[in-house]
Design a protein around this ligand. Structure first.
Ligand code: ADP
Ligand code: MG
Length: 210
């Protein structure tokens, strides 16, 4: 089991944003989360990531989790170089310093996503597609067992799209579970088949196979 969410309720003050959602993922599972704007996709993803507390319900989850927020939530002016952002993916669970192995993992993630040439660029100089690849490289270099992606493809150019899909399919084949929020049904074609969960008003209203 990579995560198991049972009867989760998540609120912002008094507003219920996730209402009695249960969902589970095992090794190699692909879960797509769809639904209209405001249906609760990001809130659910943050709840699974542990960034928002559950008002009720339970969450069990692997510690080896990487989360990539919606691009709108990133501080694009944060003063850091690509390689500095990517290596933070190795720093989970209170780790303070990184070693040569961490540097190698970060380098190989940057190569896989085609951004190794950008390693010494400040992130504020990157295009949206390049920045998304930086965040995915950061997530992957942590060698996750669970990867949570909030709309990683919105507004991506074709080349970045292809590189992203290849990277997702590769971690799935290694047994990582992937949960990906998407608006776009065409995203389902490029990625290994899985479950498609549709949210409305914070509830699961449909589940089908992709
Ligand atoms: N920080 C917040 N404070 C209060 N309400 C929020 C906050 N973030 C999201 N919401 C509300 O919670 C609901 C679900 O939002 P969200 O999870 O962002 O939906 P989605 O990702 O599907 O567009 C919406 O009604 C939204 O307005
Ligand atoms: Mg969202």
């Amino acid at each position: 089991m990579k995560f198991s969410l049972k009867h989760a309720v998540i609120k912002y003050s008094d507003k219920i944003a996730i209402n009695d959602v249960s969902l589970e993922a095992n090794s190699g599972d692909m879960i797509f989360i769809t639904g209209a704007n405001g249906s609760g996709k990001s809130t659910l993803t943050k709840g699974i990531a542990g960034l928002l507390p559950l008002s009720s319900g339970t969450l069990e989850r692997t510690q080896r989790m990487s989360y990539v927020p919606q691009i709108e939530e990133a501080d694009k002016n944060f003063p850091a170089k690509v390689r500095e952002i990517v290596i933070t993916g190795r720093m989970r669970n209170g780790k303070l310093f990184y070693n040569n192995h961490d540097t190698e993992q970060a380098n190989s993630a940057m190569k896989e996503l085609g951004i190794y040439e950008l390693a010494d660029r400040e992130i504020k100089t990157l295009s949206g597609g390049q920045l998304r690849r930086v965040f995915l490289a950061r997530a992957l270099c942590g060698e996750p067992e669970l990867l949570l992606l909030d709309e990683p493809c919105a507004g991506l150019d074709a080349e970045s799209h292809k590189i992203l899909f290849e990277a997702i399919n590769k971690v799935l084949s290694k047994g990582c579970a992937v949960l990906m929020v998407t608006h776009d049904n065409s995203d389902l074609d490029g990625i290994k088949a899985g479950r498609v969960i549709t949210l409305s008003n914070g509830k699961i209203i449909n589940e089908r196979n992709s």
